[in-house]
Ligand binder design. Sequence first.
Ligand SMILES: Nc1ncnc2c1ncn2[C@@H]1O[C@H](COP(=O)(O)OP(=O)(O)OP(=O)(O)O)[C@@H](O)[C@H]1O
Ligand SMILES: [Ca+2]
Ligand SMILES: [Ca+2]
Length: 612
Amino acid sequence: MGICISKNKQSPEHNFQSSDGIKPEKIPVQDKGDSIPVKSNEENASTSGNFEESRKDEENPGGKKSPLFRFYSPSPAHYFFSKKSPARSPAPSSGTPLRFLKRPFPPPSPAKHIRAVLARRHGSVKPNEAAIPEGKEVSEAAGLDKSFGFSKNFYNKYDLGEEVGRGHFGYTCKAKFKKGELKGQEVAVKVIPKAKMTTAIAIEDVRKEVKILRALTGHSNLIQFYDAYEDHDNVYVVMELCEGGELLDRILSRGGKYSEDDAKTVMMQILNVVSFCHLQGVVHRDLKPENFLFTSKDESALLKAIDFGLSDFVKPDERLNDIVGSAYYVAPEVLHRSYSTEADVWSIGVIAYILLCGSRPFWARTESGIFRAVVKAEPTYDEQPWPTLSSEAKDFVKRLLNKDPRKRMTAAQAMCHPWIRDTNDIKVPLDISIFKLMKAYLRSSPLRKAALRALSKTLTVDELFYLKEQFAMLEPNKNGTISLDSIKAALKKYATDAMNESRIYDFLASLNALQYRRMDFVEFCAAALSVHQLEALDRWEQHARCAYELFEKEGNRTIMIEELASELGLSPSVPVHAVLHDWIRHTDGKLSFLGFVKLLHGVSSRSLAKVH
Ligand SMILES: Nc1ncnc2c1ncn2[C@@H]1O[C@H](COP(=O)(O)OP(=O)(O)OP(=O)(O)O)[C@@H](O)[C@H]1O
Ligand SMILES: [Ca+2]
Ligand SMILES: [Ca+2]
């Protein structure tokens, strides 16, 4: 039997090297002066956030047991702010009370941004310096343009009240409308001091945060933005007030673990808002339980995504390369400096893992240790409570935490996963990744299209569920076919201003082949299926074998190596006889199973040149 299919269970290293553009030596392991020095053999003591280890190391390096839940600790920045910030009042008990507990050491916290983010914001970051520089740096920064063009009359309109929360870049207070129809109504105001904006990038990030908040409107799981103001000292971002606290605090108050049903409700809301952002061409880049707030203390309160401070617009074909995020939640491809919206889905996977078992999937004491775990280690699913959880729950988390972004589920797809899809009647949004796959399909050779058609006939009910949902949204006339016009109409229906910025409409030009013809559901399945994702499934071997049998009956034909090379669009520089030798069956000159699987993936001269 052939050994032509990559195994489902690849070694992490293999996985790691097989992804596009991933070069292990590029991993930014550079925390020479980490906050807590440790011996290197202890560094990766656990990759699963072992309770005792992490409690000792992070919460209480001195060795005294903390009564608190293990993975919660305030970040050094909270210390910094609590002494120096012009906060109006201490955090009220309704806010995030655990944050303000005094501790003997400022240990690293899950909420701490990775050092690259701090460097980006503040120039350089010295060891132990998560706090924001003042004084010298500020004067050095003179000359930066800190005017944003926002309204100047914040204090005319609002009375600023007590502080309700705090991050590295700003603090959030309640405020009340002073007059008019809305007099007395409460809002939240994130105050971002201009003195902390000491680099051009820091200023640009604030500009972008407001721009993105302004553009992304009208989603029930997204914080409602009202307006932005500025004066000499601060930027004020006015938004809807959430009084239910952070998701992190709710996890902690439940002792770190959610029941599967409760976790589903949380997950569905997170996926709902993140898939919406991705459709609009916005990648959040800082998804973590601290950045989701409940609207009220009510058990069934809505969850809202906040803090677009590290977010960016991303075009459908674009890869981002700046390393941002928070260490425990950062995706491997972010560390490899080539990523897109899939990175958010990874962070959601980390949140899902934590919700279900109360431990972090990737854990180490130092930042570089965490990065190593993220890139190389597989999370454990053997320890309690995993053996008692449903196999669907495990499958769900594993498919979010796939290290290869091409194999990871998208947010919209995750909403269709059997573990979660019946949770409530949240409508699955359009998935922008469908258009990327359609583009590749439409540009494929007839032979590859035939191979994909064969593969699409092996899809299971679960896999078809998602494709059916997507097709239904693209088919407004319900006549069983889609066209470029119907795709445009569907996009328009769900568009916000952000979509103009991320140039999704321009991308549609790549689907021009659909201008004069229509696509039915059978062809849509072939066009929109992701071979990489199917390859990640346990049953991939079965899929591929079945598909090959169908292809033998309907699509396989005798083909010369030269013809195959030209079908594939290979450049003359590729030594086709050496490369394609095994792709053709010697008995009858038709495509072999190996050739079929390779064809499914789509090959380029570049990828083949790399192999030889
Ligand atoms: N709309 C809101 N309603 C209530 N509290 C809020 C609201 N927005 C923010 N907060 C509180 O303020 C905290 C800080 O806000 P935010 O996360 O936007 O700041 P940040 O400085 O960008 O944080 P980070 O350090 O994660 O980058 C939140 O974690 C939350 O507790
Ligand atoms: Ca935050
Ligand atoms: Ca932020």
